[in-house]
Design a protein around this ligand. Structure first.
Ligand code: ADP
Ligand code: MG
Length: 503
């Protein structure tokens, strides 16, 4: 009997300037689910990449089925029964499902690939584990949740008895995520061991047998769902006490600030991404836009903030038309924007923190006078932002690229909030940042609402929408599926709309 399916013993892995894994030990036994929990950058992906043979560890050893192994690459791991579903899928889009699943392990008959035989095995596997897929569909035509099933089947087809999933639920609706958790549980019953990476505490408590928490490359705790609580896990991840609940009162909505009518917007490839959307956001309320990523949220935000042209429809702010205005015009109308891609649209990496603190208004009073920038005024402003928004930095002259993700985000929020804003457009405002910064930014967004701003919050994290929004709009395939009162909405009702199911 195999005792240890997979284990890391004192694994250390360095990248230039970063100790990504520092003396990490974890163990996976047959039929169990090991959850790896940790904030962004904690070292979770690095660890599983080491276990999968993608990276060579600088120290320590890997054990597969009770045996110390020296993996020369992923093929080595695969041949020893390790399967991995990466954060970014590795399928070939123009190929069929069955072809993708057997790729590199094709059954042959008289020297030819025997796709009929492959199809039989694929159907058999998918029925056994509740992973229904159409074997003849093209992968490129499948929604993300289906593509993920193909990835899992691909590993099972190769007889994996260890399955590693790196943040698998980030791209799923709540119902799809629940289904996946059920499938994984079913797999463990046939002895498969699973390593499940996530930053969602609820999922860890629902699915794991064993929980290991990583922080800054080190194991900081090992526990089980019966011993752990959400708050306890969060504190282990962060290393200090945190408040997970967002405190807020009932909204007091005023006049309509943002009005979007029959809006149509194309994506980068010229496909209709926003398809006739109508919505309103009033002063003093937070309208949350929920949806699986890639359903038009990005294009909607870019159209409103002047980053993208619209092909039809109308956008007004306080009655003034801003359709196809520049980002500068939009900002001057009192719109604050926390962009989804902070590196591309939020900051300029080669500028100092001080310069970044006035990025969209350096050219006007009080920061410039007759075309001449006033360094001291900008400097003082930056120091005030750093102070008030808790940006951790040695000083304001450092290059902004030296800040951590959470501190960059606090700087952007501080900059956008340091003027009166009528409308706040917050897109994925807490993606990839630490819980402490999340907590801080959530409080500040609610504060803006309470000061009378209209807030449009777009997030792929349903929990973030459910805890912050006063009303919830759901986008699916570029269309608005419905708008729910947050007090009457829950994971199920929003989740159905996220899957395009109405009525
Ligand atoms: P997690 O998956 O927990 O978010 P990662 O394992 O991806 O964390 O990253 C751990 C640390 O290692 C981070 O500081 C990250 O920037 C760094 N890192 C990860 N992969 C690489 C790489 N290929 N090259 C350089 N640094 C890396
Ligand atoms: Mg990762």
């Amino acid at each position: 009997m195999t005792e240890l399916l997979l284990a890391a013993r004192n694994v250390t892995k360095r990248f230039p300037g970063v100790l990504a894994n520092d003396d990490v030990s974890v163990e996976l036994r047959p039929g169990r689910i090991l959850a790896l929990l940790g904030e962004n950058g904690a070292g979770k992906s690095t660890l599983v990449n080491v276990l999968f043979g993608m990276y060579r560890p600088d120290g320590g050893e890997i054990i597969i089925k009770d045996e110390v192994v020296d993996l020369r690459g992923p093929d080595d791991a695969i041949s020893r029964g390790i399967g991995m579903v990466h954060q970014h899928f590795q399928l070939v889009p123009p190929m069929r499902v069955v072809e993708n699943i057997v790729l590199g392990a094709e059954p042959t008959k008289l020297g030819l690939v025997d796709l009929d035989e492959a199809r039989v095995r694929v159907v058999e596997l998918s029925e056994r584990y509740g992973l229904e897929v159409d074997p003849d569909a093209l992968v490129e035509d499948l929604p993300v949740g289906m593509q993920q099933r193909v990835e899992i089947l691909k590993a099972l087809y190769r007889n994996a008895d260890v399955l590693i999933l790196d943040e698998p639920t980030g791209v799923l609706t709540p119902q799809e995520a629940d289904h996946l958790l059920g499938v994984l549980r079913g797999l463990t019953e046939s002895g498969v061991g699973i390593v499940f990476i996530t930053h969602k505490l609820r999922e860890v408590l629902a699915i794991a047998d064993d929980i290991v928490v990583l922080r800054a490359g080190r194991v900081v705790g090992a526990t089980t769902p019966t011993q752990a609580t959400e708050t306890g896990l969060a504190e282990m991840m962060v290393g200090r006490s945190v408040v997970l609940r967002v405190e807020k009162t009932v909204a007091q909505p005023g006049d309509v600030v943002l009005q979007v009518e029959d809006l149509k917007v194309d994506d980068d490839r010229g496909h209709l991404a926003v398809d006739g959307v109508n919505l309103q956001v009033r002063s003093g309320e937070i309208l949350g836009v929920a949806g699986v990523e890639g359903n038009g949220q990005r294009e909607l935000v870019e159209a409103i903030t002047g980053l993208r042209h619209t092909s039809a429809g109308e956008i007004t702010i306080n009655g003034e038309s801003l359709t196809n205005s520049s980002t500068r015009q939009v900002a001057q109308t009192g719109v604050g924007h926390i962009p989804e891609d902070r590196e591309k649209h939020g900051i300029v990496a080669v500028y100092s923190l001080a310069e970044n603190s006035v990025l969209n208004r350096y050219y006007r009073q009080p920061f410039s006078n007759r075309g001449i920038m006033r360094r001291e005024v900008i400097h003082e402003h930056a120091e005030a932002v750093v102070d008030e928004f808790d940006v951790r930095t040695p000083n304001v002259t450092v290059s902004v690229s030296s800040l951590s993700g959470g501190n960059k985000q606090k700087l952007i929020v501080g900059r956008e909030f340091s003027e009166d804003i009528e409308l706040l457009v917050a897109a994925q405002p807490t993606r990839g940042i630490d819980i402490g910064a999340i907590e801080f930014i959530h409080r500040r967004i609610v504060e803006q609402r309470d000061n009378g701003a209209a807030v449009l919050l777009v997030s792929a994290e349903l929990d973030e929408i459910l805890s912050l929004a006063d009303r919830i709009a759901v986008l699916y395939d570029g269309k608005l599926m419905g708008v729910l009162e947050a007090s009457l909405a829950n994971r199920e009702s929003v989740g159905l709309l996220m899957a395009g199911i109405t009525g």
